[in-house]
Design a protein around this ligand. Structure first.
Ligand SMILES: O=C(O)CCC(=O)C(=O)O
Length: 420
């Protein structure tokens, strides 16, 4: 999930690789990546960088990219003593951020679902079916790339975890602003975080510690509920937990650009690398409310106004494939728009305790939160494969506290057994 301030994180399906040009440019010129971000690189891809949120400054290869220092690009302002390249970087970043948010609005208004009958509800599977038909549900997930799952976490645990995450977020922000912890030890990079709102923006990817009793309890509940599906999708207790985090979208957080969280491997640039699917599970800790839907139904709560919503996640099912990634990356901005427009789109519409499980390569985006309530998702990412195959650990699915990255959690640690 963490999108390490890479061009690709925002602009296409080469999301986690630090490169100086968006994937479409890379594809055309057949340049290998990761590339260094240099000002010539910025100019070089000026036609397309406007799809990107943040301009990365690559960390040195030996720093442990996912879990090291805060990204310089996330600093609130550029101190005057910085050399010109860094100052330029910060300026470019700001412009890109703003532009990505505009692009995302356009995608939502004019493009996503425009040729496929609009954004439909996401296919959902009841928990009873997961329990009795885990393998069949795993096959469906493999095919669709995303599935809604009902009731994976109890309402009680959701309420406790929601309260804890709100408090933990305040603490983490204090730690970062006081200098007690680097940004990157508490928060991940996130697509369209809300550029006008300073260091933390309006949308945060807030890591949660796996050894906190509440987090461990939530994980154990979810893992127990989804055990047959998880076993079929990522194997048994040795499956690796690559991410343990939460998404916090404040009121006013903007819509995201359509993106994937990880690259598809192998790909033309890395023909010899392979990665087993990474599955991310977003769990709603409260009802994700939507004024348009509520206007059509009766609701116990005072309805939100039409058009007002907390922000569902929109998915483009079946776009987690090598073919989709190739098409998406090869296209000009216009071609990318056409690609988006002709692919069916579906949104999650989660209630408290519901989840969406998705392949991290599937194209998706979070919608804007235009309500006056914050929206909080707890999430984790798992895979049968423990190590990412590209150099320097560069990938998108790395939202994990540094201590948890070192600890290397598995699903077995949260109670998954080999046989059900
Ligand atoms: O906000 C959401 O619902 C989705 C967030 C997301 O997809 C991301 O940050 O990668």
């Amino acid at each position: 999930m963490t999108q390490n301030n890479s061009w690709g994180a925002i602009c296409g399906v080469i999301p986690a690789i630090r490169c100086s040009a968006p994937p479409s440019v890379l594809g055309r010129r057949r340049r290998p990546y990761p590339l260094r971000l240099v000002s010539s690189g910025e100019r070089e891809c000026a036609g397309s960088v406007l799809r990107c949120e943040v301009a990365p400054k690559p960390r040195p290869p030996d720093l442990g990219l996912a879990h090291g220092q805060p990204s310089p690009s996330l600093q609130p302002r550029t101190p005057p003593h910085l050399p010109p390249a860094a100052a330029l970087n910060a300026l470019v970043e700001k412009a890109l951020n703003a532009n990505a948010e505009l692009l995302a609005v356009r995608e939502g208004r004019d493009i996503v679902g425009s040729k496929t009958g609009g954004v439909q509800p996401l296919v959902r599977v009841p928990l009873a079916t997961v329990t009795t038909r885990g393998k069949a549900v795993a096959r469906l997930l493999e095919k669709e790339g995303c599935l809604g799952l009902d009731d994976v976490l109890s309402k009680e645990t959701c309420a406790e975890l929601l309260a804890w995450i709100r408090a933990h977020r305040a603490e983490a922000m204090d730690e970062v602003t006081s200098g007690a912890a680097p940004f990157g030890a508490r928060f991940g990079g996130v697509n369209c975080r809300g550029v006008a709102a300073g260091l933390f923006g309006k949308r945060q990817d807030l890591f949660v510690p796996g050894d906190h009793p509440l987090v461990a309890r939530a994980m154990s509940e979810i893992v127990a509920n989804l055990a047959p599906l998880l076993r079929a999708a990522v194997g048994g207790p040795d499956a690796a937990v690559h991410e343990l985090s939460s998404l916090f979208a404040e009121p006013g957080s903007p819509r995201q650009c359509v993106h994937a969280d990880t690259i598809h491997l192998p790909c033309p640039q890395y023909p010899d690398a392979t990665m087993a699917p990474l599955y991310t599970c977003f769990v709603a800790l409260q009802d994700v409310r939507d004024g348009d839907a509520e206007a059509a139904q009766s609701s116990r709560l005072p309805p939100l106004r039409r058009g007002q919503q907390m922000g569902h996640t929109v998915f483009l099912p079946r776009t987690h494939t090598a073919e989709s990634h190739l098409l998406w990356n090869a296209g000009s901005p216009k071609e990318k728009e056409k690609f988006l427009a002709v692919h069916p789109a579906a949104q999650s519409a989660l209630k408290t305790g519901d989840a969406v499980l998705f392949d991290s390569r599937v194209l998706h985006c979070g919608r804007e939160n235009s309500s006056d309530v914050d929206r909080v998702l707890f999430y984790f990412t798992v895979s049968a494969q423990r190590d990412w195959p590209l150099p320097n650990g560069l990938h998108g699915s790395n939202s994990l506290r540094p201590t948890d990255a070192a600890r290397r959690w598995t699903l077995g640690d949260f109670g998954l057994e080999a046989d059900g």
